[in-house]
Design a protein around this ligand. Structure first.
Ligand code: ADP
Length: 563
């Protein structure tokens, strides 16, 4: 459309929003901010400034372009823990115009192989410590030509497999050595692909989501809002959420915009080293899924440490149990609950209570919600018949969202049309999240369940999350997961699987009574099937794996007691 004569044209410069601009900004304006990587060794952690990371990202880009001839939008995968080299890859690959593909190192081998082949990755940058995982896959990776090995690790297994598969093996530091420390980053179209991530497949096959430079840039600004994480260069963020789990929730990019220091746990994700790194490195912020925090809480209870620096904790990925939030409050750590998905970059909501509720008895209830939608994320609720539901805090429906950092399709190969399955995208292009909940008049989302996890009992819905939260509030319960199981009379009924704390004295009848009396659970929603498990199975990103529980039940693998 050509501008009409009376159209006022914007006078603003059209500067593309690129990952390279975030890198250049962070490595100059905030050049002295640091990425600290835990080593678990006596000599202490490794430290690298943002300026050094900028220089090394340029060297990596030169190496990829000149030695490995990566061109255009070729995919360069990473199979790495959280550390400074992974940050270098995060910036170098998109900035040079290629596409960063973060691989989830906890996926089963078959799924990982499928994902690499589907994305047609040409290069894999892998930690030496992860070679035992990568080597057996190599013969099955159809498009991989180069493996770049970072850090120590036994490389012998890789050599044989690589030779057989015709793959060339390089050393990360050797590739970088001597390369120029500046790169003339190309002026890309901001809508081009910058990074890709596959969903972890909690409820189905993995699906590829491709982020653009523009979406990453805008999402990073939203992460930095005071009403989101709101960190500054006075902060240090402990990034526990893996860099392969939706861009570590946007933290690497957001921190380079504002100079927030990063503390990276590498492979030391167990409660004891996490507690130690908090005490020694004194981060002010941390981000991880609830299961990590449950573990840390148990550790801190058993072995108290000085964790007073950590005043802000972002919890998301699955619902934060109220008991966990209360326990962290007692430790002086303030939990901010957030909701998001691979498809939403991921930050979709974050729970910062409205000003007028602070200090009132409404405040805690607001903090327990999944949170408020920021500018840039539009939301609507759809009922079972496709009708729009009001934002009244009561009408529950499937959440649909739209926005500049929300995917409008799934990746389907370099030359193929993206996929828009009808169960995932509405006809008018909104993402159907598969999450069921309510929205209050002031825009706070409360999720009651995932559409696939909700228990459909006699035409009514029972929220598995509500039962789990109520159970986990019992002092004898360490973890609880509730799944739907088939029932002749009601269609489905809840099965409660509980992990008991050491020395627990309770029984199922008492737990059921606790749910009714303390948890406020309606009588018809109380589970009659119960089982004790040693641990709740977890997905590759640390969420309760309800698929596995349902299968174990179906195969008779659980010792179930019926009340
Ligand atoms: P996967 O779908 O494979 O688990 P994602 O990490 O993309 O991978 O998961 C997104 C889903 O996680 C959401 O659709 C939602 O069901 C769940 N989720 C994320 N954050 C929260 C939260 N704060 N409360 C409840 N559920 C959440």
């Amino acid at each position: 459309m050509s501008p009409r004569e009376d159209t006022v044209l914007s006078t603003m410069q059209d500067v593309p929003l690129l990952v390279s601009r975030i890198l250049t900004h962070g490595s100059t304006i905030h050049g002295s901010s640091q990425v600290t990587t835990w080593t678990g060794e006596e000599r202490g952690p490794r430290r690298r400034s943002f300026a050094e990371i900028g220089a090394r990202a340029a060297q990596l880009a030169h190496a990829l372009r000149e030695d490995l001839s990566v061109t255009g939008d070729e995919r360069v995968a990473t199979l790495m823990w959280n550390h400074s080299e992974h940050i270098e890859a995060y910036f170098a690959i998109p900035s040079m115009g290629a596409v960063l593909h973060t691989l989830n190192l906890r996926l089963p081998a078959a799924q990982l192989t499928w994902i690499v082949n589907h994305a047609a990755d040409r290069v894999v940058i892998a930690d030496g410590s992860l070679l035992p995982l990568l080597a057996p896959l190599l013969p099955h990776l159809k498009t991989v030509e180069h493996v770049v090995v970072n850090g120590p690790g036994d490389r012998s297994a890789l050599t044989g497999a690589a030779d057989a598969a015709g793959v060339r093996v390089h050393d990360y530091e050797e590739l970088l050595a001597g390369k120029p420390t500046a790169y003339d980053w190309p002026d890309l179209d901001e809508r081009t692909a910058a990074a890709m991530c596959y969903t972890s497949g909690t409820t189905g096959d993995p699906k590829g989501v491709v982020y653009s430079h523009r979406s990453i840039y805008l999402h990073s600004m939203q992460v930095n809002l005071a009403q989101s994480m709101g960190l500054t260069d006075r902060d240090t963020s402990l990034v526990v959420v893996p860099q392969f789990h939706v861009n570590a929730w946007g933290l690497p990019h957001a921190t380079f915009m504002t100079g927030v220091n990063m503390l990276m746990p590498d492979r030391f994700l167990q409660p004891a080293p996490l507690a130690e790194m908090i005490e020694r490195e004194r981060p002010t912020h941390a981000a991880a899924v609830p299961t990590i925090w449950q573990g840390l809480l148990a550790e801190l209870t058993a072995h108290p440490r000085d964790v007073a620096s950590l005043t802000q904790v972002t919890i998301g990925g699955s619902a934060c149990p109220p008991s966990l939030m209360e326990a962290f409050d007692r430790l002086g750590m303030r939990v901010f609950h957030a909701w998001g998905m691979t498809e939403t970059s991921p930050l979709g909501t974050i729970a910062r209570p409205p000003a007028h509720t602070i200090g009132t008895d409404q405040e805690f209830a607001y903090r327990l919600t999944q949170g408020r939608f920021p500018a840039g994320v539009e939301a609507r609720l759809t009922g079972p018949g496709g009708e729009r539901l009001p934002w009244d805090g009561e009408s529950a429906g499937e959440l649909e969202v739209r926005g500049a950092w929300i995917t409008g399709a799934y990746y389907n190969g370099p030359d193929a049309e993206p996929l828009r399955p009808a169960d995932k995208f509405s006809e008018d292009g909104w993402l159907k999240t598969g999450d069921v909940g309510t929205i209050s008049a002031d825009g706070f989302l409360t999720l009651t369940d995932r559409a696939k996890d909700v228990i459909k009992s006699g035409g009514e819905w029972i929220s598995s999350v509500e039962l789990e939260n109520a159970l986990m509030a019992h002092p004898d319960v360490a973890e609880a997961a509730v799944v739907a199981v088939p029932d002749d009379k009601w269609g489905e009924r809840p099965l409660a699987t509980v992990v008991l704390r050491e020395g627990a004295t309770t029984d199922f009848t008492a737990l059921r009574a606790f749910l009714a009396e303390e948890g406020g659970i309606a009588k018809w929603q109380l589970p009659e099937r119960w089982t004790v498990v040693e641990t709740v199975p977890k997905t590759s990103v640390g969420k309760f794996d309800k698929k596995v529980l349902r299968r174990q039940y179906a195969e008779g693998g659980l010792d179930v007691e019926q009340l």
